[in-house]
Design a protein around this ligand. Structure first.
Ligand code: ZN
Length: 148
């Protein structure tokens, strides 16, 4: 399905919505788990579903890890020989249910704060974040105007 552009949150930020391949889950007690991609081997491995930051709605860390893997995330990449040992694992799993936020966030910062009001370093704001919601929809957040 094609992504439909929606109104940007502000002139600098674009949020593109679409449907993810993930199966919807019940929305009660959903938390948002942030998976930060490490650019092992000097590159990111991105797709329609995966970016530098991936945020997944789930009811537990276990469910978040399962949904992440359904999108192509893998864990223990160095020991499986997918990732180079000097750079480390590309993805790390969520260990605890409390490793989560009530709203989609990266490093505990809400996406509006991160992209719109950000006082973070420009490099971070240039990263793309894809949110996978409980209903199976996907939002891609980016801010292309910021230069490092
Ligand atoms: Zn390396």
């Amino acid at each position: 399905m094609l992504n439909e552009p929606c109104k940007p949150v502000c002139p600098d930020v674009s949020v593109v919505r679409g449907r993810s391949p993930l199966t919807p889950i019940a929305s009660g007690n959903v938390k948002y788990f942030h998976f930060s991609q490490n650019n092992t081997g000097g590159r990111f491995s991105n797709s329609d579903d995966l970016a530098e930051n991936v945020v997944i709605a789930a009811r537990s860390a276990k469910e978040a890890n399962e949904r992440a893997q359904a999108l192509g995330v893998y864990f223990d990449g160095v020991s499986k020989d997918y990732d180079c040992s000097c750079c480390g694992d590309r993805w790390s799993e969520a260990y605890q249910d409390s490793d989560s936020d009530a709203v989609p966030s990266v490093y505990g910062t809400t996406l509006v704060e991160y992209y719109v009001n950000s006082t973070m370093r420009a490099y971070n704001v240039r990263k793309v974040t894809i949110v996978h919601n409980a209903d199976g929809t996907r939002e891609t957040w980016s801010r292309a105007d910021v230069t490092p």
